[in-house]
Every structure is written in structure tokens, then in C-alpha cells.
Write a protein that binds this ligand. Sequence first.
Ligand code: MTE
Ligand code: MO
Length: 197
Amino acid sequence: MLGKFFQKPEAAESDRVPPGQYLAKGFPVLTYGEDPQISTEEWQIKVWGKAKAITFTWGDLMAMPQSNFTADFHCVTHWSKLDVQWTGIKVTDFMSQVELEPNAFYVMEHSYGGYTTNLAIADFLREENFFAHTVFGEPLTIEHGGPMRLVVPHLYAWKSAKWINGLEFLEQEDLGFWERNGYHRRGEPWAEERYSS
Ligand SMILES: Nc1nc2c(c(=O)[nH]1)N[C@H]1C(S)=C(S)[C@@H](COP(=O)(O)O)O[C@H]1N2
Ligand SMILES: [Mo]
């Protein structure tokens, strides 16, 4: 596994690489199934469930404050990439336009193509989470989730839905695609929350 595609972290970086992870060379792509082809004109994201239903277009998100983010990215299949540079919209800025109900305790992320992944509301509303449309100064390619994905840096990257198109707020916890297939409901890399027990 080490060698061509992975390397051991340098000492200076090792405290940033969670247990059981290796640094990837380049930026690997990890997708289950086909890549959905969505133009910015047709892209939209719907909010429903324990929130006032609302739909945002590409233009709506471009009109929100735009921020730069540097974040480490940890895939549960043991590769990490440090200092990924993104541009997009903070989840907290986006959520200032959403009216949550008091019993919105969980959220299901939905994507074009049918992918889903679940979060507790506190994991979703963190300051460092964002919707990304740009990575390393270039528009997000389709394989990396373009035109728009979510990024949740503090959890394994399967929680960072590519081609995101929906947020379903829930009172009861529900499980997304990988979580139904044996992965951990939360997925915190420093605690190695890889699989459900
Ligand atoms: N819609 C969708 N989002 C997804 C996935 C996917 O298969 N479909 N894979 C997840 C996994 S397991 C990882 S590691 C990251 C990979 O992002 P990347 O392909 O940009 O590296 O996207 C996550 N988001
Ligand atoms: Mo992953």
C-alpha cells in the first residue's frame, strides 16, 4: 500500500495524521457509482423536514458570502490529504437563511445520484464546515463533486457529500448509505470511528 500512492507522514505532519492513515500523493477520487453530470444552471439544493422548506439555486449560493478554507481530508480507506484549499460558503452563513424547527436534531445530506450520509445537528452546524465549489483555485471537477459539495473536515470524508442537492432535517437519527452498510454513524477519524459496532 505504501510507495507509489501513499507515504508515511513527515515528523512535522505526523501529529496531523489520524491513527491508521497515510498521506496520499495527489488527490484521490473516491466515488460509489456513476458521476452525476449537473450544470450550474440546473444545480439546486432543497431543504426540508424539520425546517421551513426552501430551495436555493446556484445564484443564491453565489450571492452568499464567499470564504477560503484550508482543511485536512481523511478517507476511511486510510488515505489523508493535508491542507486542501477550498473556496465556498460556510454552512453557518448558509444556515442563516434557513429556519430550523427546535426539534431538528439530525440532518441527512442528499446528493444527485442518490448518495446519502447522516450527521448530528451539532456536527453539521460547526463553524469550519462549508459548501465548496472551488478547490486549489479551480472549479471543482465533476469527479470531486462539482459543481457543489459539502465538506465536513472533522469527520471522515464520506460525510462530505459530493453533488449535494438536499438537506433533510430530522428529529430521529436515520442512517445514510455507508452508515447502513456497516460504517460508523459519526465517523470521527481521531477516534477511528470507522465501522459500527
Ligand atoms: N455523492 C457522493 N459523495 C461522496 C462519495 C460518493 O460516493 N458519492 N464518496 C465519499 C467518500 S467515501 C470520500 S473519501 C469523499 C471523496 O472525495 P473525493 O473523491 O473528492 O476525494 O467523498 C465522499 N462523498
Ligand atoms: Mo472515503
